[in-house]
Design a protein around this ligand. Structure first.
Ligand code: NDP
Length: 419
């Protein structure tokens, strides 16, 4: 029986933990280890008696490699699923290497302190050479390739919905529908309404950093960067209806661009309501999205962290959120010499998610694929030494698992394209 360690106990982790507990044929034991152990204990109490999975909890600071290595060594899990923040990716990978355990996460590394001069030097070089300026990129984690290979360990990066499922959709399209893929448009639509004028659906700091950054897409193997929110389209989403969506930089573009170099253009769009955009612009204009500490009444505070403390905790949006999400990818290309287009997507209902696991659909659509990624690695289906993203494995067992574990997908063979 598989023994899994999950690090973090926030919105996404809570869903993944529920799903691990539902899947007690595959998972026998689970340790929930996080900074605030009371959250882990609370969830353990809620789930015990409803699952055969034996749950233990621990307090850990995942920034501290030695402390985490000792905890992994003492629990001896088959894999560690990192559902803390992208800031902890590298320290958790280091601890997994030291303890000899497979590693899984849902978001690529970015530093907590973007003013750190050492990081800044490497970042600025990358901006110039690669042509995109997002704070996050895969280079830091891809640099672990040889170490994971040598250790015979698997690191599966980015198994949320986007990235994660969207890249599995790309591998599935390539395997079953196309000889060559020419374009990929990833569309992330949240038609949910939580009733607040402004709130983020996952960690506010990570979310606001992502959406306030310049947008970018890949064309003929090169990045094209545009000002934030400057490319807007309207799309009519199944289950949701027409929504405005905006081009964003997103991490799967980097992995897909590398692994599917024949694709001529890869773009990512996310829907935003006007209220969200107005609030975000205002917060940005007054400096509230800054990650640079300021001194206030004798104390050092980081504006975006202070803002996080003021905003609703994403984990509390569940009971208030109504409506659906629709996330998927539109592919164009050729099969047997003929032009072809398909759209693979999932529609998820916020209220249904809340009924099932007590969370809204954004945490649900990330937490379910996180459990599935852990299942793929620990079952051996997706085990190969090295560092990989989800487009680099056989998509079929993952696609089957999505249907089984709550994220069924559809294929539309005649979708409307995005211009
Ligand atoms: P939350 O802020 O809700 O949860 C983060 C959890 O990590 C908290 O329990 C927090 O502890 C814990 N944590 C933070 N720092 C440490 C540390 N140093 N040591 C131990 N534990 C720590 O975030 P979300 O659940 O919203 O997001 C989790 C991850 O999922 C993020 O990496 C996010 O980027 C990713 N994500 C991926 C998506 C995808 O589709 N691929 C979509 C959405 C999110 P505490 O309780 O003390 O704060």
């Amino acid at each position: 029986m598989t023994r899994l360690m999950i690090i973090g106990c926030g919105g996404v982790a809570s869903v993944a933990i529920h799903k691990v507990c539902q899947n007690d044929e595959a998972f026998g034991e689970l340790m929930i280890a996080s900074r605030t152990v009371s959250k882990c204990d609370k969830l353990k109490k809620e789930l015990e008696g409803k699952t055969k999975v034996k749950i233990t909890t621990a307090a850990v600071n995942a920034d501290n490699v030695e402390e985490l290595t000792a905890l992994i060594r003492s629990y001896q899990p088959d894999a560690v699923l990192n559902l803390a923040l992208p800031y902890q990716d590298l320290s958790i990978m280091d601890a997994c290497l030291a303890a000899g355990v497979d590693y899984i996460d849902t978001a690529n590394y970015e530093p907590e302190d973007t003013d750190d001069p050492e990081w800044r030097k490497i970042y600025e070089k990358r901006c110039k050479e690669a042509g995109f300026s997002a704070y996050f990129d895969y280079s830091w984690q891809w640099a672990y390739q040889d170490r994971f290979k040598k250790a015979g360990l698997t690191a599966l990066l980015g198994t949320g919905f986007d990235p994660g499922v969207t890249s599995v959709f790309a591998a599935y399209a390539k395997k079953h529908y196309f000889d060559t893929i020419d374009t990929i448009d990833i569309l992330d639509c949240n038609g949910g309404d939580h009733g607040y004028a402004f709130a983020t659906n996952f960690n506010p700091e990570i979310n606001l950093r992502e959406v306030s950054a310049p947008g970018s897409y890949m064309e003929n193997g090169k990045w094209v960067e545009v000002p934030a929110m400057s490319i807007k389209r309207e799309y009519n989403f199944d289950g949701v209806g027409p929504k405005d969506m905006y081009l964003l930089h997103h991490e799967e573009i980097e992995a897909l661009g590398k692994h599917m170099p024949e694709v001529k253009r890869i773009r990512f769009f996310m829907t935003f309501g006007q209220s969200y955009l107005d609030h975000m612009r205002c917060l940005e204009d007054v400096g509230m999205l800054s990650t640079t500490p300021i001194h206030y009444e004798g104390k050092e505070i980081v504006p975006i962290q202070f803002l996080k403390a003021l905003l609703p905790d994403p984990a509390t949006l569940g009971p208030r959120t109504k409506g659906k999400t629709n996330i998927g990818c539109i592919f164009t290309g050729k099969k047997d010499g003929k032009e072809r287009k398909i759209y693979i997507y999932n529609v998820c209902d916020h209220e249904e998610c809340y009924k099932e696991v007590g969370s809204q659909a954004i945490s649900y659509t990330t937490g379910v694929p996180a459990m599935i990624g852990a299942l793929m690695v620990t079952s051996g289906l997706w085990k190969k030494p090295g560092v990989y993203t989800t487009d680099e494995f056989d998509p079929d067992p993952y696609m089957e698992a999505l249907n089984r574990w709550g994220l069924p997908w559809k294929v539309d063979e005649n979708p409307t394209l995005v211009d």
